[in-house]
Design a protein around this ligand. Structure first.
Ligand code: AMP
Ligand code: GLY
Length: 431
């Protein structure tokens, strides 16, 4: 089948790498893609939010499967658009991603908290406020235990969550969001919740809204600095499997969180045929949901796809036919680590178009080291930087220590002006 992936990050390169290995894949396109995805398929100069052009392309090139990488087009309703919910039927392919209604699990913190509450899914206690009950919100903050977590309701490019250690800090952040409209409409509502103390892990599920399969889990490292210090980023690295996410913990996740989530999708009639990314906090061995995302993570995909032994296209087709329950999921027994090389200055301002020197990666499956491109592009005959996060180096090992060490030694062979990466990815699990 002809397949189209939407997006241009390391996530999309990892998906393209995986999909390209499937005997079911005939032609693979990535829109807009990066210098790495062009090694797996054909890049297209189409924006992920240009729904009309995407649909025309699907019709003209006989695309049978569209895999949506980022959240933005999903929240804006690409699933519904391509599935002709609004425009009257002509294209009948498979779209991996929820409907706009289902994507609200990520698109609105208020919606997802209500969803969890209605479905008895463990999460932090919360309240929500807007312009109308702003004064009540201030009182709520003043009486709350610290730290306290403020979340802009809508998508805020990963910047909408603020963890405050003092009441003054929280009141200022609250005023910024509600009164000064820091994130525009996205902060017209603010969720205020208790701080959960623990260690995070993310679990990835593929579902057709009835059945589901766990396709992997990972821990990511969000801060720019060593030892989880400094500003938040899109993610500086990941490891999988996570030692504390053992059978006992994962059984709790399945019973208390995944099953009620899928059931909730049904009771609330949310059409959902795609990935659910469940961000969890392990609080003394008990899982709590921090957030849902309606897509795969980046750089989580760069460890989840290499560990997954199944043919992912076969899984998509099984999902489409309502036959997910027949799929047996198998993982590579080895540990995987990925480390992101980023542009100097990221997550603040940074320069682009820096030539990257590296030895070409082995792109087959089962290799010990894989290089997934993120912000890269071709310029003349060179590959140059084209974003904050530039590339992810994924490595296998007998344990996280070996995997991380292997990734670091590959990173030493790569260079571009201003290149930075963390050297401590997986540190909690390395002794
Ligand atoms: P989110 O955008 O919801 O992923 O939140 C960003 C990050 O903030 C999460 O990955 C956590 O590290 C942290 N966070 C969010 N909510 C909480 C909470 N209730 N308690 C502790 N940390 C949180
Ligand atoms: N790495 C976090 C995310 O993709 O949301």
């Amino acid at each position: 089948m002809n397949i189209l992936i939407l997006g241009s990050g390391g996530r999309e390169h990892a998906l393209a790498w995986k999909i390209n290995q499937s005997p079911l894949c005939s032609r693979l396109f990535v829109a807009p893609g990066n210098a790495g995805t062009s090694q797996c398929g054909e890049n297209l100069n189409i924006d992920v939010n240009d729904f009309d052009t995407i649909k025309d392309f699907c019709l003209n090139e006989n695309i049978e499967l569209v895999v949506v990488g980022p959240e933005d087009p999903l929240v804006k309703g690409i699933y519904d658009f391509l599935r002709n919910k609004r425009t009257g039927g002509d294209w009948t392919g498979i779209v991996i991603g929820p409907s706009a209604a289902g994507a609200q699990l990520e698109g609105s913190k208020s919606f997802s908290k209500q969803f969890m509450q209605k479905n008895y899914i463990p999460t932090a206690a919360y309240a929500e406020f807007n312009e109308l009950n702003y004064q009540e919100g201030k009182q709520y903050i003043s009486k709350h235990t610290l730290p306290i977590v403020l979340k802009a309701d809508g998508l805020a490019a990963g910047k909408g969550v603020i963890i405050c250690n003092t009441v003054d800090e929280a009141l200022d952040a609250f005023e910024e969001m509600i009164v000064n409209k820091q994130f525009g409409k996205a902060s017209a509502k603010v969720v205020i919740e208790e701080f959960l103390q623990g260690i995070e892990v993310s679990v990835f599920v593929l579902t057709d809204g009835v059945d589901y399969k766990i396709i992997g889990h990972a821990k990511d490292y969000k801060r720019i600095g060593e030892g989880d210090t400094g500003l938040n980023t899109g993610g500086m690295g990941c490891v999988s499997p996570v030692p504390f996410a053992d059978d006992i913990f994962m059984a709790k996740v399945e019973e208390r969180i995944i099953k009620p989530t899928i059931k909730g999708l049904q009771t609330e009639q949310l059409e959902y045929k795609g990935f659910v990314f469940i961000g969890l906090m392990n609080v003394n061995g008990e899982p709590y949901v921090i957030e849902y995302n309606c897509r795969m993570g980046d750089p989580e995909t760069e460890v989840v796809m290499p560990r997954l032994k199944n043919d992912i296209v076969e899984m998509f087709v099984a999902m489409h036919k309502g036959e997910l329950s027949k799929v047996d999921v198998a993982y590579d027994e080895r540990a995987v680590a990925t480390i992101m090389a980023v542009s100097g200055g990221y997550p603040g301002s940074y320069e682009k178009n820096k030539p990257i020197q590296f030895f070409p990666p082995q792109e087959g499956s089962g290799e010990a080291v894989l290089i997934f491109h993120s912000g890269t592009k071709h310029l003349d005959d060179k590959i140059v930087t084209n974003g904050g996060r530039v590339l992810a180096v994924t490595a296998f090992g007998k344990d996280i220590k070996e995997a991380a060490k292997r990734s670091l030694s590959k990173l030493k062979e790569i260079s571009f002006e201003g290149m930075y990466y963390r050297t401590d990815i997986g540190y909690e699990f390395i002794h």
